[in-house]
Design a protein around this ligand. Structure first.
Ligand SMILES: O=P(O)(O)O[C@H]1O[C@H](CO)[C@@H](O)[C@H]1O
Ligand SMILES: O=c1cc[nH]c(=O)[nH]1
Length: 288
C-alpha cells in the first residue's frame, strides 16, 4: 500500500512549492546543473537561448530555460554536503512524490545532475585552469553515515584500500561513490579525470593552516600519494561525494565537473578564476 508522507517529513509550502528550494514540480527540467555559488547561476543561464523561470530562497537560486530544444535547470546549492542533503532530497521529491497525495509515484524519474564547481588540485600535473571530471566522490564528511547505501564491487575495493590508507587517522570514516558512467563518458571524456575528495570544511579539513592548528598533519600529501589500480586522488572540494552518493541512493545520474582554481601542491591560486569557471561551464553546455 502507498504510504502518505506526513506534513513534517515532506514540507510543502502554502503555494505548493517544496520547503527550501521554493520550487513547484513543473519548475524543474530533467537535466539539472548544480553550482555552489548563487552568483554562478546567472553565469550558466546567460548561455541559455531562453530563460523561462527564475526563483530563489536562501542560497538556493534556480533558473530554468532552454538551450536549443533541451530544457535545463541550473540551481545553486551553497556550500557543503549538509546543503546537498536538502537539494538532492527536494529535487527528488519534486519529480518522484505526488504532492497532492503525498505518496511516492509508481513511475520514478531519473534526473541527470551535473555539478559545475570550483576546487583545489593536489597533483602537480594538474595546474590551475584545469577542468576535471570526478571519477569517484570520496566523502570525508558524515552525510552518508545517515543513509543506507550499497556499494558496487569497484566502489567496495576502492573504499577498502582508502580505509587501509587512512587507518591511523581515527576521526576519518570515508565513503565512496562512482560517477554515472554515461555522463562521465559523454561530458567528461575530454577533461582530466580523478577521484575528488569532499571535505567537511575549507581550511583544516582540506589541510590548510592559517592560525588554528591542524590535528591531521600533511593531509594533502597523504591524499596525494594514495594509489589503487589506475586511480589517484586529484582534488578537494565540498559537495561532490554527497551528490554522487545521494543521487545513486535515489536513482539519479550524477557527474561533477571541477574548475581547478587552486593548486595545493604548487601553492598557487588562479589569477583568472572567472575565466576558468566559464571554461568549465562552456565545456559542459557544449556536451549537453
Ligand atoms: O565553487 P563551489 O561550487 O561553491 O565549490 C567549492 O567552493 C566552495 C569553497 O570555496 C565549496 O562549495 C567548494 O566545493
Ligand atoms: O581549494 C579549494 C578551492 C575551491 N574550493 C575548495 O573547496 N577548495
Amino acid at each position: 500500500m502507498a504510504h502518505e508522507l506526513s506534513a513534517a517529513d515532506l514540507i510543502i509550502n502554502p503555494d505548493g512549492s517544496i520547503y527550501h528550494l521554493n520550487l513547484l514540480p513543473e519548475d524543474i527540467a530533467e537535466t539539472i546543473i548544480t553550482v555552489g555559488d548563487p552568483d554562478r547561476v546567472t553565469e550558466v543561464s546567460k548561455h541559455f537561448d531562453k530563460v523561462e523561470l527564475k526563483k530563489g530562497k536562501r542560497e538556493f537560486m534556480t533558473h530554468t530555460g532552454y538551450l536549443g530544444k533541451r530544457r535545463i535547470t541550473v540551481l545553486s546549492t551553497g556550500i557543503g554536503t549538509d546543503n546537498i542533503d536538502i537539494v538532492l532530497n527536494e529535487l527528488d521529491a519534486l519529480v518522484n512524490i505526488d504532492f497532492q497525495t503525498r505518496e511516492i509515484k509508481e513511475q520514478l524519474t531519473s534526473l541527470n545532475i551535473i555539478r559545475i564547481g570550483t576546487s583545489g588540485a593536489i597533483q602537480p600535473d594538474l595546474p590551475t585552469g584545469t577542468i576535471l571530471a570526478s571519477t569517484f566522490g570520496l566523502g570525508l564528511d558524515s552525510l552518508m553515515h545517515y543513509y543506507i547505501h550499497e556499494l558496487s564491487g569497484d566502489e567496495h575495493s576502492l573504499l577498502d584500500n582508502i580505509k587501509a590508507h587512512f587507518s591511523h587517522f581515527k576521526g576519518i570514516h570515508p565513503y565512496v561513490t562512482a560517477a554515472d558512467n554515461t555522463l562521465l563518458k559523454s561530458i567528461g571524456n575530454e577533461m582530466a579525470q580523478g577521484i575528488t575528495v569532499t571535505a567537511p570544511g575549507f581550511y583544516a579539513p582540506q589541510g590548510r593552516q592559517v592560525r588554528a592548528k591542524n590535528a591531521i598533519p600533511n593531509l594533502v600529501n597523504h591524499l596525494n600519494i594514495f594509489r589503487h589500480l589506475d586511480h589517484r586522488i586529484t582534488n578537494l572540494e565540498m559537495e561532490t561525494a554527497g551528490i554522487y552518493a545521494l543521487a545513486k541512493v535515489l536513482g539519479h545520474k550524477a557527474l561533477s565537473v571541477n574548475a581547478i582554481l587552486a593548486s595545493r601542491v604548487n601553492f598557487e591560486f588562479s589569477k583568472e578564476p572567472d575565466k576558468v569557471v566559464d571554461k568549465a561551464i562552456k565545456m559542459v553546455l557544449d556536451k549537453l
